[in-house]
Design a protein around this ligand. Structure first.
Ligand SMILES: CC(=O)CC(=O)SCCNC(=O)CCNC(=O)[C@H](O)C(C)(C)COP(=O)(O)OP(=O)(O)OC[C@H]1O[C@@H](n2cnc3c(N)ncnc32)[C@H](O)[C@@H]1OP(=O)(O)O
Ligand SMILES: NC(=O)C1=CN([C@@H]2O[C@H](COP(=O)(O)OP(=O)(O)OC[C@H]3O[C@@H](n4cnc5c(N)ncnc54)[C@H](OP(=O)(O)O)[C@@H]3O)[C@@H](O)[C@H]2O)C=CC1
Length: 291
């Protein structure tokens, strides 16, 4: 199937990045969120990121202008029923995702492929609640979407080959690299990355190091581009905790138990960059460690 139009649900940091790269690859994009503020700020972010790419000669001004014209925003979820491919990128909570698919189903064209950008949740289980488990997949971008090369493609137990091929063709047209992952909790990248981040929070919780020494150690000692706590703030501490809970529940192994300090930050509403406070405080000129 030839995908021409894509609906993106959730205009947070992932949804805006996904809309950005799809529009530059000449797909028509319909971006949806429950909040008009989120849609407005997503468009402002996309414009700012494209302007930076244009200023560095990565894209031309014409490419930027025509990409921006290809993105339409809407708070009306049913409108996305007209698209060929839907990528759900709303909050990492299974009940939220299920409710979205339930509301969207009556409006879908028969051929529309449904996908989720979930970081961890079972694709098979999400698919089983829809009318098209064979045309349902995990389509997992990495953050920041315009920069990161990888997209994990996750087949549910029922996903058919034409659906996989259509999604792989989209990844190819984006100029990104697809990695196939089996449908088990958190797939490949987060199965490995998130326990490392959780362990960094335990290292902080047990006083082995402070925020600065932990991040500096992993940057200078292991050549990571960001320290694990800086990366956790970048991803969102609510998302990190949600992924750890999926690993813990899904694999029933105590080695995945979320660090109580991670839970405490989330309960405080200190979710990282998106709320201006997490392991660092971002409200001043430079980030300041909170521990
Ligand atoms: C949780 C999940 O489900 C899965 C995940 O996504 S896990 C998270 C995966 N992501 C990571 O691990 C990211 C780790 N961090 C990094 O790779 C780097 O720190 C980074 C790429 C984010 C930034 O790199 P940096 O060298 O420190 O900063 P910076 O120089 O500002 O950025 C590098 C380039 O990316 C661009 N860039 C950064 N963020 C961008 C964005 N949101 N949109 C567009 N371009 C962006 C910059 O403009 C810059 O471009 P040039 O090379 O043209 O100058
Ligand atoms: N952060 C990351 O590094 C990565 C995240 N992901 C996954 O991508 C998804 C989105 O994450 P991220 O962008 O970081 O999260 P954000 O919190 O930045 O954005 C989520 C957006 O979804 C909106 N939303 C919530 N409910 C609905 C709904 N019913 N319909 C439409 N929009 C809704 C939220 O609105 P409001 O704020 O009003 O609730 C918010 O704007 C998650 O599944 C996450 O696991 C995947 C790869 C990397």
């Amino acid at each position: 199937m030839d995908v021409k139009s894509v609906g993106v649900i959730g205009a947070g940091q992932m949804g805006n990045g996904i809309a950005h790269v799809l529009a530059l690859a000449e797909y028509d994009v319909l971006l949806n969120d429950v909040s008009q503020d989120a849609l407005n700020s997503a468009m402002a972010t996309i414009e700012g990121n494209m302007a930076r790419q244009a200023s560095r000669g990565k894209i031309s001004d014409e490419e930027m202008q025509s990409a921006l014209k290809r993105i339409t925003t809407t708070m009306e979820l049913p409108q996305l029923g007209q698209t060929d491919l839907v990528i759900e990128a709303a909050t990492e909570r299974e009940t939220v995702k299920q409710a979205i698919f339930e509301s969207l189903l009556p409006h879908l064209q028969p051929h529309t492929i449904l996908t989720s950008n979930t970081s961890s949740i079972s694709i098979t289980r999400l698919a089983s609640r829809t009318d098209r488990p064979e045309r349902f997949m995990g389509f997992h971008f990495m953050n920041p979407v315009p920069v990161m090369q990888l997209v994990e493609l996750i087949r549910g137990i029922a996903t058919d080959q034409p659906t996989f091929a259509a999604c792989k063709a989209v990844v190819d047209r984006l100029g990104k690299t697809a990695a196939s992952a089996e449908d088990f909790p958190a797939f490949i990248v987060n199965r490995i990355l998130m326990p490392m981040i959780n362990e960094a929070v335990y290292t902080l919780y047990e006083g082995v190091g402070n925020v600065q020494s932990i991040d500096q150690s992993m940057k200078l000692g292991a050549n990571h581009p960001m320290g694990p706590l800086e990366l956790a703030d970048f991803i969102g501490l609510d998302t990190c905790l949600a992924i750890m809970n999926v690993l813990h529940d899904g694999l029933a192994d105590t080695k995945y138990r979320p660090c109580p300090l991670l839970t405490k930050y989330v309960e405080a509403g200190w979710l990282g960059r998106k709320t201006q406070r997490g392991f660092y405080d971002y409200r001043g000129e430079a980030p300041v460690p909170t521990r």
